[in-house]
Ligand binder design. Structure first.
Ligand SMILES: Cc1cc2nc3c(=O)[nH]c(=O)nc-3n(C[C@H](O)[C@H](O)[C@H](O)COP(=O)(O)O)c2cc1C
Length: 189
């Protein structure tokens, strides 16, 4: 091991939400994860992010709403597909919905505000992994659906950037092919 931090960063691996089970982080652990989550670079100290925690009751309610929206937009969908939508947010013990909270009338570019939200997501994944749990950052269609956004209570200033599923891995994930450093890094002179 080089050091525990690098070891964690070099070995963190997402586990697909469908392969997660109980337990999820305890409330004390979740608080630590969220504290680490929002300790990110934040140009202008805007705190341009908002987070909703969905435990099982919230997940069930969101599932009903997803099924309703999906059925409305896909009137020919069969029952199995509708049921899958209902279960979509219920795949892991804890679901976090992360939104960028954007301030348009501000000298900090919107891109930078969104990127800070991406850093929140990544920090949450890393902190979750550090405690022996696993996470997956998914967008999927609900991220981009205005009715889902409204159902979750997000306003005009907010933009969902991810659904983070947290839990325990049912089985270790298989290795994933990684980009080669030489393909993505160049010395510029
Ligand atoms: C913004 C963002 C959105 C993502 N959305 C999805 C998604 O909707 N479906 C999916 O299968 N993977 C999605 N992924 C990929 C997974 O989060 C994850 O990166 C992938 O499973 C590889 O795992 P790794 O973290 O071990 O590299 C998304 C990743 C990012 C950064």
């Amino acid at each position: 091991m080089i050091n525990p931090t690098l070891d964690l960063l070099l070995n963190r691996r997402s586990v697909v939400a469908a392969n997660m089970t109980e337990p999820g982080p305890t409330s004390e652990e979740l608080e630590l994860i969220l504290r680490a989550g929002i300790r990110v670079p934040d140009h202008g100290k805007l705190a341009p992010w908002r987070i909703k925690i969905l435990y099982k009751p919230g997940q069930k309610k969101l599932g009903e709403q997803l099924a309703e929206v999906y059925q409305k937009n896909n009137p020919n969908a069969n029952q199995a597909v509708i049921e899958r939508e209902q279960l979509r947010p219920q795949r892991a013990p804890i679901l976090l919905v992360i939104a960028a909270f954007l301030q348009a009338e501000c000298k900090i570019p919107l891109l930078e505000q969104r990127l800070s939200g991406g850093a929140v997501c990544q920090n949450i994944l890393t902190a979750t992994h550090s405690l022996g749990y696993v996470g997956q950052w998914l967008t999927e269609w609900p991220t981009y659906d205005p009715e889902v956004k409204q159902a979750l209570g997000f306003g005009d200033q907010e933009e969902i950037i991810g659904f983070l599923y947290l839990g325990t891995a049912k089985e270790p994930p298989k290795p994933r092919k990684r980009a080669e450093l030489d393909d993505v890094v160049q010395v510029w002179e």
